[in-house]
Design a protein around this ligand. Structure first.
Ligand SMILES: [Ca+2]
Ligand SMILES: [Ca+2]
Ligand SMILES: [Ca+2]
Length: 455
C-alpha cells in the first residue's frame, strides 16, 4: 500500500467521521445550524439528517397526541347480578359514577336519543359487544360492497373509519375506546352489563390511535375530526391530547364549532395545573370545548388528573369506572378519559331534552347545574361536579339562565364588597354561589347584572 493511498484513506475516514459527528450534533443538539450555507458540510448534514429521521420516524409526532392507556382491572365476562330500581342491567350498581351523576333519576326524564351522534375518537370499538352493538352509528349512505357509495372519500365506512390504517377495520386492540364508548352509551335494560350515561345514542367509531401500529396521532386526530364534521356528528368525544398546540387542530375544532358541534375533551392525566402547563386540545379556549377532569367517589380530583380554574371546566367520575371492554367483557379503568365520556353522555341527555338547543346552550346547562363542592374551588372553573338530573331540570325551574364566573374566596365586608364581571356571552345574567362553613350552598340569581362601577 503506497503512502499516498494510506493518506487518502485516512483522510477519507476522518472526513466520514466528521460528517457523522457533525450530523449527529445537528439532529440532537444544534438543529438550527443546518441552514448554515457557508459551511462546506451543510449539504452532507442534510443527507445525514434525513437518514436519522428515517431511523426514528415521527419521534416528536408520536408524542404529540397520546392516550393515557390506563390499566384495565377486574376484567370479566361474568357479572354478578344486583337488583337495580329501574334497570335490569346486572352490574349497574357497580358503576358508582352512574349513581354519583344522578343518572337513575335523570333517566326518568330522558335516556337520550338515537338521533344524536357522538363521534368517539379513540382506539377503536368492539362492534359486536353484547352491550353496545345496537348503539353504533351506521352511515346511511354506505353499504359493504367495496365501493364508496356516498362519495365521502371512504370505502365501506359503515360505522366509522380507522385513520391509523386508513381502512374500515375498527378493531379495538387496546380496550380504551370500547371502555369510553360504554360509558357514553352502553345499552340499558337489556339484562346485560351496565348502562351508559345516555343509553339511547348513536356512537360513531373513529380510530386515531393504535398502540401496536405507531403513526402520527395528531394528523389522525385532525382527519377524524374532519370526518365527524362531514358526517354530521353532534358531539365529539376526545380522550387524548398533548402539551403542544397545533394551529391545524385548533382550526378544525373551530370548524366543528361553526357546524354547531360540541367538543368534549379530557383535561389530561399530566398531574399538572393546566393554567400554567396547557394541554391540548382541551385548552384551546374555544367556546365549543368542554374540558373535563376526573374525581373519585369523595369528589377529590385524582392525583393524576389535570386541574385549573382558568382551563378546566368541570369534574366527573373517573376513578375505577366499570364499563365495556372488547370481546363482550367488562372491566375498570381510571382517568380523565372516563370522566370525559360521562360529560359526552350528559350532552346527549340535555340535547335530547332540548333538541332545538345550540351547542353553547347544551354546554351551559351542563356546566352551570353541576353540584358545587368547595374542594373544587381552586381546581376547576365552575367548582362543580356533573349532575345529570340537575342538568335536565334545574334550568327549567328558574326564570333566567345564569352566567358563569370564576369562584372567589375573598372575604366580603362593607369595605370590601364583592363584585363579579361575567366574561361570557351570556351576560347580563349572573349567578353567585355562596358557601357557609358547613358547606351548605346558596344560590343567588339576578335577572340582570348591575352595571360596573368605578369606585
Ligand atoms: Ca363512504
Ligand atoms: Ca360501500
Ligand atoms: Ca346493559
Amino acid at each position: 500500500m503506497s503512502p499516498h493511498k494510506t493518506k487518502y484513506r485516512l483522510g477519507y475516514l476522518i472526513i466520514v467521521c466528521c460528517i457523522l459527528l457533525v450530523s449527529g450534533a445537528i439532529v440532537f443538539r444544534f438543529p438550527n445550524r443546518g441552514s448554515d450555507q457557508n459551511n462546506p458540510l451543510a449539504s452532507q448534514r442534510s443527507v445525514a439528517k434525513i437518514t436519522l429521521e428515517k431511523e426514528h420516524p415521527n419521534k416528536s409526532q408520536l408524542h404529540s397526541r397520546h392516550l393515557e392507556l390506563g390499566i384495565i382491572t377486574g376484567r370479566t365476562d361474568k357479572l354478578d347480578r344486583e337488583e337495580s330500581v329501574i334497570m335490569n342491567d346486572p352490574a349497574l350498581k357497580q358503576a358508582w359514577g352512574i349513581e354519583k351523576a344522578n343518572a337513575l333519576k335523570a333517566w326518568r326524564i330522558t335516556q337520550g336519543s338515537e338521533k344524536l351522534v357522538v363521534a368517539v375518537i379513540d382506539t377503536g370499538c368492539d362492534l359486536k359487544h353484547e352491550d353496545l352493538a345496537d348503539n353504533y352509528w351506521t352511515n346511511p349512505g354506505e353499504i359493504r360492497d367495496g365501493k364508496d357509495n356516498d362519495g365521502n372519500g371512504f370505502v365501506d365506512d359503515i360505522h366509522g373509519w380507522n385513520f391509523v390504517s386508513n381502512n374500515n377495520d375498527l378493531t379495538d386492540n387496546h380496550g380504551h375506546g370500547t371502555h369510553v364508548a360504554g360509558i357514553i352509551g352502553a345499552i340499558a335494560n337489556n339484562g346485560k352489563g351496565l348502562a351508559g350515561v345516555s343509553p339511547k345514542v348513536r356512537l360513531m367509531c373513529l380510530k386515531y390511535y393504535d398502540p401496536k401500529n405507531p403513526s402520527d396521532h395528531l394528523k389522525n386526530t385532525i382527519k377524524a375530526i374532519q370526518y365527524a364534521i362531514k358526517m354530521k356528528a353532534h358531539i365529539i368525544n376526545y380522550s387524548g391530547g398533548g402539551i403542544e398546540p397545533s394551529a391545524e387542530e385548533q382550526s378544525i375544532i373551530e370548524a366543528a364549532q361553526n357546524q354547531g358541534i360540541l367538543f368534549v375533551a379530557a383535561a389530561g392525566n399530566e398531574r399538572s395545573n393546566s393554567d400554567i402547563h396547557k394541554y391540548y386540545p382541551a385548552d384551546y379556549g374555544l367556546e365549543n370545548i368542554i374540558s373535563v377532569t376526573a374525581i373519585d367517589p369523595s369528589n377529590s380530583i385524582l392525583p393524576s388528573s389535570n386541574y385549573g380554574t382558568q382551563t378546566v371546566d368541570l369534574a366527573a367520575p373517573g376513578h375505577n369506572i366499570l364499563s365495556t371492554l372488547p370481546g363482550s367483557t367488562y372491566g375498570f379503568m381510571t382517568g380523565t378519559s372516563q370522566a370525559t365520556a360521562f360529560v359526552s353522555g350528559a350532552a346527549v341527555l340535555v340535547w335530547s331534552r332540548h333538541p332545538h338547543f345550540a351547542y353553547h346552550e347544551v354546554k351551559r346547562y351542563i356546566l352551570q347545574t353541576g353540584t358545587m363542592d368547595e374542594n373544587l374551588l381552586k381546581k376547576t372553573r365552575t367548582a362543580r361536579v356533573l349532575n345529570l338530573l340537575k342538568a335536565l331540570t334545574m334550568m327549567d325551574n328558574t326564570l333566567t339562565l345564569t352566567g358563569l364566573s370564576g369562584p372567589s374566596t375573598q372575604p366580603i365586608s362593607s369595605d370590601n364588597p364583592f363584585s363579579v364581571d361575567s366574561q361570557n356571552p351570556f351576560k347580563p345574567f349572573i349567578e353567585l354561589n355562596i358557601f357557609s362553613k358547613k358547606l351548605q350552598e346558596k344560590s343567588i340569581q339576578s335577572r340582570e347584572a348591575s352595571q360596573p362601577t368605578n369606585q
